[in-house]
Design a protein around this ligand. Structure first.
Ligand code: SF4
Length: 293
């Protein structure tokens, strides 16, 4: 089932205002939680230093940071050791592999990169290649013309502006040809020791279904997840959601095998819809009056 359909299911039956808060129908005071009556400082959580207000659901109705962290704990337990599946030995190789992975599979990229890394071990070697010479070597990953252009352009920019090294900085990385925010976050988080939370289609689908994010814009989802998770967990969060999206929460999800089924907005909306169908009284069948002769 598509993400759009999932969102429609989640939002079905809510008005615009009702859809924004769990406290719908309550007055402001009725909607207060058990922390009611405490001062702002008293409700700071132990580890995060967050206030209760910061820990509340946002107006977009995503789960609270505490709920999100708890759900990620469960998903990490279901997918222990989640990591990028792109083979690499350094930041340069991971940057090349990630550019090649667009519209391709990690498995396919891993078949192409060993020979590529032997021939072009660093930015200097790749910057001296021609686009035409590179194309047949990466042909099987798809979009080989655009990718060849990006790879050579990226290597030349590294030589020109960064002494051949991959910069550990989001702005510098996204200024390189063929490098978007997702690719930059992959390299920062996995090869440069800088927290990064790449949002690909799996992260987008899974996080929206569960209700730990609420947007079809990857930048907004990245912001929502980063706000909920501590920086040291950003990269693992992305890897875990990607693995969950590949193995369990596929476009047609395997909800019976999912560790977070009980808290998943998408699953719960399906359960509610199914209950409504079961309890709805059967309509009386209209019978036509027999025609008079
Ligand atoms: S219950 Fe799990 S598999 Fe099913 S939609 Fe939710 S996150 Fe995906």
């Amino acid at each position: 089932m598509s993400l759009a359909l999932g969102q429609r299911l989640v939002n079905r039956g809510r008005t615009k205002d009702q859809g924004q808060t769990k406290d719908q129908g309550r007055t402001k005071d009725q909607g207060r939680t058990k922390d009611q009556g405490r001062t702002k400082d008293q409700v700071r959580t132990k580890d995060q230093g967050r206030t209760k207000d910061q820990d509340r659901r946002t107006k977009d109705d995503v789960k609270t940071p505490t709920e999100t962290r708890h759900l990620l704990d469960k998903l990490e337990a279901q997918h222990p050791g989640a990591d990028t599946e792109l083979h690499h030995r350094n930041a340069f190789e991971l940057l090349v592999a990630t550019i090649l992975s667009a519209q391709s599979t990690d498995r396919r990229v891993n078949m192409v990169t060993p020979a590529l890394f032997d021939r072009y071990p660093d930015a200097r070697a790749l910057s001296a290649a021609t686009i035409a010479e590179l194309e047949p070597q990466i042909h099987s990953t798809g979009f080989f013309r655009a990718k060849s252009k990006s790879l050579v352009g990226m290597a030349r920019a590294l030589m020109e502006h960064h002494g051949g090294r991959v910069p550990a900085d989001m702005d510098a990385l996204t200024a390189l040809p063929g490098v978007g925010r997702k690719t930059a976050n992959v390299v920062l988080g996995h090869a440069l020791g800088v927290p990064g939370l790449p949002v690909d289609r799996h992260v987008l689908r899974v996080s929206n279904r569960i209700g730990i994010a609420d947007s079809d814009d990857p930048v907004v989802v990245e912001r929502q997840l980063c706000a909920a998770m501590p920086g040291k967990r950003w990269t693992r969060t992305s890897d875990t959601l990607i693995l969950h999206g590949r193995r369990i929460c596929r476009p047609t999800p395997l909800c019976d095998e999912c560790a977070v089924q009980e808290a998943c907005d998408y699953f719960q909306s399906l359960v509610r819809a199914s209950k409504r169908r079961r309890t709805r009284p059967a309509r009386a069948t209209k019978t036509k009056a027999p025609r008079r002769p």
